[in-house]
Design a protein around this ligand. Structure first.
Ligand SMILES: *Cc1c(COP(=O)(O)O)cnc(C)c1O
Length: 451
């Protein structure tokens, strides 16, 4: 049995949980969480070892089952999510896999939203059927389709909202109600929203899974995953599976993620604000056919987004009129934003889903999900949003095909972006100018607005 940190006497707010939740201090009274980089633990006596294995005393045994640094991360995430229990894993996919396979057996049936992270899609479509588990995909936003799918017995539902990469939403309350009536548990992959924007359990979800690789670490360093659920489900269903199959998170990675969490409540809202601004900027560009961002009025599920999310998230997806050629030219012309398939990072990262993360789905399935050659996914980071927008503006300009570029520019200037959108600047300014401007934006209270 693993020792667990004592529950705090008071319920703290999310920011406090992120800095303090789960902290256990050793006899040395260290300020920062200690890194217990150890595979095993020793016993005072043979009797204590025996009693530990009989679950009669709490003592760490082996880091595959439990480790103090890993426990601190589990307690912090459970406190943040408002979940009874948490187990962390080596990757987000290990978390999804453990949550599903621990619960399912041959003869069971899974219903999943079609718009899933690529590897989650593979588990449902390819792995589960090998073990005699039937799987059916539905369009996540179509409640009639969910209802129809629940006419046959179902044990587990897997869904992601907002989805990757098209940022489609699933009505959590409605689907959880339908699933529960059918006797299924609902597993929500909450990576895109993070626990700061959306609490699936408030809408009835039974299990929430995360890739800690994304916003939790948020600085591109380590992989990790987390599964959260009721104490009973975690103890009886998940923990035996994890203990015996071994997707354990390294204590070093747990420690890195603990440190990442301490700034989650500063990073995610800043990234969301920047993403909303970038979405508004992109919507004004003539090269862009459509921008997808859950909190924009033109998102088809805008009202649902406002009901179940606190902000629109850190990702923006947009479709370029010029298709894949325009997308590649734009990506290649960026100088600040990196081309990468990761997301939730301090660095802004851009992805072409059709040829990378969603390449294996095939043309037909991509078309069903609305992913075209012109679709571009942007994970907005922590750089100054004006620099992000200037980089996008310059890349979109440069990506115009030569035939268009050679044509004379129209006499009238292009329409100004919405007033909230920082204008892409092309005039060269000094480092001192940029610092003064950024400082006014970061500390508005000490820089009264100038006339
Ligand atoms: C990244 C990701 C995963 C998988 O996480 P890893 O840590 O890469 O294994 C699962 N779901 C979503 C939505 C993701 O973005």
């Amino acid at each position: 049995m693993a020792k667990t940190p004592p529950a705090p006497a008071k319920t703290y707010r999310p920011a406090t949980q992120l800095v303090r939740g789960g902290t256990m201090r050793s006899e040395y009274g260290e300020t920062s969480e200690a890194l217990f980089l150890t595979s095993g633990f020793v016993y005072d006596s043979a009797e204590q070892a025996a009693a530990t294995f009989r679950n009669e005393v709490e003592h760490y045994q082996y880091s595959r089952f439990g480790n103090p640094t890993v426990s601190m991360l589990e307690q912090r995430l459970a406190a943040l999510e408002g979940a009874e229990a948490c187990r962390v894993t080596a990757t987000g996919m290990a978390a999804v896999h453990a949550a599903m396979l621990s619960h399912l057996k041959a003869g069971d049936r899974v219903v999943a939203a079609r718009a899933l992270f690529g590897s989650c899609h593979w588990i449902v479509s390819t792995l589960l059927p090998r073990y005699g588990i039937e799987a059916e995909f539905v369009d996540g936003e179509n409640l009639d389709a969910w209802e129809a799918a629940f006419r046959k017995p179902c044990q587990l539902v897997l869904l992601e909202t907002p989805s990757n990469p098209m940022l489609d939403l699933v009505d959590l309350r409605a689907v959880c109600d339908l699933a529960h009536a059918a006797g299924a548990i609902v597993v929500v992959d909450n990576v895109f929203a993070t626990p700061l924007l959306q609490r699936p359990m408030h809408f009835g979800a039974d299990v929430v899974v995360y890739s800690a690789t994304k916003h939790f670490d948020g600085q591109g360093r380590v992989l990790g995953g987390a599964v959260l659920g009721s104490q009973k489900w975690v103890d009886e269903i998940l923990q035996p599976f994890i203990r015996n199959t071994g997707p354990a998170l390294s204590p070093f990675n747990a420690w890195t993620i603990l440190k990442g969490l301490e700034t989650l409540h500063l990073r995610v809202p800043a990234m969301c604000r920047a993403a909303a601004t970038v979405a508004d900027f992109l919507a004004e560009r003539t090269e862009v056919a459509q921008v997808r961002y859950p909190f924009r009025l033109d998102h088809p599920q805008h009202a649902l987004a406002k009901r179940q999310m606190a902000a629109g998230g850190t990702l923006v997806t947009f479709d370029l009129k010029g298709g894949q050629d325009a997308a590649f030219r734009t990506l290649n012309a960026l100088s600040l934003i990196d081309i990468s398939n990761n997301l939730g990072d301090a660095k802004s990262l851009v992805t072409h889903p059709a040829t990378t993360t969603h390449m294996r789905l095939g043309e037909e399935e991509r078309a069903r999900l609305g992913i075209s050659g012109g679709s571009v996914r942007l994970s907005v980071g922590l750089e100054d949003v004006s620099d992000i927008i200037e980089d996008l503006a310059a890349a979109l300009d440069a990506a115009e095909p030569a035939s268009v570029r050679r044509r004379a520019k129209p006499a009238a200037p292009a329409p100004e972006p919405a007033s909230t959108t920082p204008k892409a600047r092309t005039t060269r300014r000094t480092e001192a100018d940029l610092f003064a401007e950024a400082s006014r934006e970061m500390f508005p209270e000490t820089h009264p607005a100038e006339e």
